[in-house]
Design a protein around this ligand. Structure first.
Ligand code: GLV
Ligand code: MN
Ligand code: MN
Length: 415
């Protein structure tokens, strides 16, 4: 006899999303829980409280990743099926990015608890540290350390955009745990997330079966020019760091403008000039470049074209240009068996669905280094994310969590 299907407490999941979304609320809308800030601490405290109320065993590792474990019956080996994401945010974020996946993991554990059922192997709900990477780079840092891709010491020594040291901030908020990162080795990893892009909505589909994730290249570029008087310095004698930075931004846009859809993307999301005064030619420009592409060879080509342009620009403008790599992740292909299982669940639940590639970075891409991993997407209204207007209808959020629960049940039954 097949075991009865577990029921998801949809109202509780939606209430949890709203309650966590209220932590770090900004006066103008949205919320800000930058990694290892006081607001991140408050969000973590709430999550840990909910994990304890559910009777999960809570573990914190040395990079601050939080795990809540629902013990298994011992039917498989001791490695848990892990469901995770992150609860740190960008500035003025929506309530869903990351939080949805963690809280849906909690909803899966709650479904087992409420039915009085013990899964065959443990279920671990994970919230990884500093997925967003806006204060400390690289992004996906907690899951990267967890997967052995970055040493703990290097991560703890990272200096943030505000001059703070990650390890000190982690200790300050009380989340420098004592578990070795990676000690809880997953048997498999699932991550439910909003799409953060326009594809599912545009195609009128309910579920994305995420089988790939594009490559990500982050650099910080510093241009050193010469500060001088805005009213007296002829254009041909300027070494204008601000102009050089803008030339790079324009070059990148021109490079990608003709690229095929689903190809290279380029973004300068941070740009600072010094001395930043109306009548002074900028002495220094510091800006970031985020390049993404699902194809590694094309991503490398885009990096090389940028590097070549910087050499020509430095010579032409008489400026010095330095580059610093902040993050570099190759495209990832997720586990085919798990993707098939997600598709089978979507079909079983009568959901419209498609296979897709994630444009955003996710903890799943790091965990995929050490365990079979795949992701489930639900639509994002207007394709908007990293913005307080980020929205997915409640019914869609519930449906995504039901697909996750179905995947988990079948995965554990088939174990
Ligand atoms: C994470 O949000 C990313 O930058 O893709
Ligand atoms: Mn996210
Ligand atoms: Mn994000």
């Amino acid at each position: 006899m097949p075991e009865p299907t577990l029921a998801l407490d949809a109202a509780r999941l939606l209430a949890d999303i709203r309650a966590l979304g209220a932590v770090g609320a900004d006066p103008g809308g949205g919320r800000t829980r930058i990694a290892l800030s006081d607001a991140d601490q408050a969000g973590r405290d709430l999550l840990v409280r909910w994990m304890r109320e559910l009777g999960l065993q809570v573990h914190i590792d040395r990079i601050g990743n939080v795990f809540g474990i629902l013990p298994g019956s011992g039917g498989g080996d001791a490695r848990p099926l892990m469901i995770g994401s992150h609860i740190d945010t960008v500035r003025h974020a929506g309530a869903l990015d990351g939080c949805y996946g963690v809280l849906a993991g909690l909803a899966v554990a709650r479904a087992y608890r409420s039915a009085g059922r013990t899964p065959r192997r443990p279920i671990a709900v994970a919230a990884f540290t500093n997925e967003e990477g806006v204060r400390y780079q690289p992004d996906m840092m907690g899951s990267l350390v967890f997967a052995g891709g970055l040493s703990l010491d290097a991560a703890l020594a990272t200096v943030g955009t505000d001059g703070t040291r990650l390890g000190e901030e982690l200790a300050r908020i009380g989340y420098a745990g004592d578990l070795a990162p990676g000690a809880i080795a997953p048997h498999a990893y699932l991550e439910l997330h909003i799409e953060q892009g326009p594809v599912l909505e545009a195609e009128g589909l309910q579920i994305g079966v995420v089988e790939r994730l594009q490559g990500i290249s982050w650099q910080r570029i510093t241009v050193h020019g010469t500060a001088n008087h805005a009213g007296t310095t002829p254009t041909r004698l300027r070494h204008d760091a601000g102009y050089a930075a803008c030339a790079v931004v324009a070059f990148l846009r021109e490079q990608v403008a003709s690229a095929a859809p689903g190809s290279t993307l380029a973004t300068t999301g941070s740009l600072r000039l010094a001395p930043d005064l109306i009548n002074v030619i900028p002495r220094q420009a510091t800006f970031t470049v985020d390049l993404r592409d699902p194809d590694e060879a094309r991503l490398q080509a885009a990096e090389q074209q940028l590097a070549d342009f910087l050499v020509q620009l430095a010579e032409r403008e008489g400026v010095v240009i330095e580059t610093e790599r902040l993050a570099r992740f190759a495209p990832v292909v997720f586990d085919a068996g798990l993707a098939d299982a997600i598709e089978a669940s979507a079909r079983r639940l009568g959901c419209t669905h498609r296979r897709m590639t994630s444009g955003a970075g996710h903890d799943a891409q790091m965990v995929a280094r050490i365990a079979p991993a795949a992701m489930i997407f639900v639509p994002s209204q207007g394709g908007i994310s990293h913005n307080p207007r980020e929205h997915t209808d409640d019914a869609q959020l519930v449906l995504g969590a039901q697909v996750l629960l179905d995947v988990v049940q079948h995965h554990l039954a088939a174990d």
